[in-house]
Ligand binder design. Structure first.
Ligand code: PLP
Length: 400
């Protein structure tokens, strides 16, 4: 049963945790499916899901079982040795993507850092030392120094200088700008099929197809950051499937581990040119996380699973459109279960805060937009519950 409250939770700070973000004064202690429970026993309907990470919801049985089984069997044997789960997950990812080789990592930023390294190595070996990567304005690729430089977040423009060089930014969906930015130094184009952190803005299908043709024509690599769009989030296993084009390099994280830290760098065999010692990491490919990844892929590729994601996405879109008309908001953006609502006014902070007080977790990636990234297993009743709470919150926090 839902416990929805409008009372202010007690104010608390925890001085021993680094203050890296303004966290609300709530401590979560449990989660099941689409629901989280805090230390006071309050329940919250979760449409954030660890930032699109818990694709099967909180503590799903397939992951609990895979982790328990694997923890009892083998947790880590060093990335210098093969393990059965690493091999199984690499086989699943290559079979389903049409790509050929996988490097398992622990976070999206680490996978993208690997993609950048692989492209630079390929440029050194095959393109006379070309190293520059064209990325998109407002894109988000992670928080390591290189992935921050690859990102197009304006707030980061002068943070942690000097920047890692070698990234050239162009506007999303502007093929002519990409073409104009290509020089003999260029080795790759890198982008997200949907810019999630920027507020859910899609790379159009003609743009993705145009990029594939352009990069082939110019002998460049196409790198797709599917960290947010991958593993069923858009209704297909990988976002690129909507455009019918395959990248040379794809990165995955978030949904891949279903909540545990797991990422993957997946590449075409012609690009795989790392030599011994070029790439690695102590935890990379550990069997415990890889077992969780196998369980996720097995669930998400079961017959009907992705059709249900598409259906739930359409149902959520319809509900948001009804709210939009009622509350004077704008378009619903996105695909599958990665959606945003344009509020048409800069009130997302107030809406997110009031929604939380009423037992709903949603995200405001920009002042004028809300983002929805529920579990891929979310039910229609939970979508109805979310729409109901948001309806009252929009009426109170963002009156027209
Ligand atoms: C598209 C994209 N790339 C990369 C990342 C970074 O992933 P991580 O936070 O796991 O390093 C994110 C995280 O939000 C993302 O959305």
């Amino acid at each position: 049963m839902t416990t929805v409250t409008t009372a202010d939770p007690p104010a608390r700070t925890f001085a021993t945790t680094m203050d890296i973000v303004a966290r609300p004064p709530v401590v979560f202690v449990a989660g099941h499916g689409s629901w989280l429970t805090d230390s006071e026993g309050r329940e919250y309907l979760d449409f954030i899901q660890g930032w699109a990470v818990n694709c099967l919801g909180h503590s799903p049985t397939p992951i609990i079982q895979a982790l328990a089984r694997q923890a009892a069997q083998l947790i880590n044997c060093s990335p210098a040795f093969y393990n059965d789960q690493m091999i199984k997950l690499a086989e699943l990812l290559t079979r389903h993507s049409g790509l050929h080789q996988v490097f398992l990592a622990n976070s999206g930023a680490e996978a993208n850092e690997g993609a950048i390294k692989l492209a630079r190595k390929w440029g050194a070996v095959h393109r006379g030392g070309a190293f520059e990567i064209i990325t998109m304005e407002h894109g988000f690729h992670g928080r390591t120094l290189a992935t921050m430089a690859a990102s197009g977040k304006s707030q980061w423009e002068h943070l942690y200088e000097p920047k890692v060089p070698g990234f050239v930014k162009v506007p999303l969906n502007d093929l002519a700008a990409v073409e104009a930015a290509i020089t003999p130094r260029t080795v790759a184009v890198m982008l997200e099929p949907i810019q999630g952190e920027a507020g859910v803005f899609e790379a159009t299908i003609p743009f993705l197809r145009g990029l594939r043709a352009l990069t082939r024509d110019k002998g460049l690599l196409l790198i797709l950051d599917e960290i947010q769009t991958g593993i069923g989030r858009t209704g297909r296993l990988f976002g690129f499937e909507h455009a019918g084009t395959t990248p040379d390099i794809m990165t995955l994280a978030k949904g891949l581990g279903g909540g545990v830290p797991l990422a993957a760098l997946v590449a075409h065999r012609d690009v795989c040119c790392f030599e011994y010692g070029d790439q690695g990491g102590t935890f990379c490919g550990n069997p415990l996380m890889a077992a969780a990844g196998c369980a996720v892929i097995e669930e998400v590729t079961k017959p009907g699973f992705l059709d249900r994601v598409t259906q739930a996405g359409a149902y959520l879109t319809d509900g948001l459109r009804v709210l939009s008309r009622k509350h004077g908001c704008g378009a619903v953006r996105g695909r599958g279960l990665l959606l945003a609502l344009d509020l048409k006014r800069d009130v997302s902070g107030a809406v997110v805060e009031l929604a939380m007080r009423r037992g709903l977790l949603i995200n405001g990636p920009r002042p004028d937009s809300l983002r929805f990234m529920p579990a891929l297993t979310v039910s229609d009743a939970e979508i109805d519950g979310m729409i109901g709470i948001l309806d009252t919150v929009l009426g109170d926090a963002a009156p027209v």
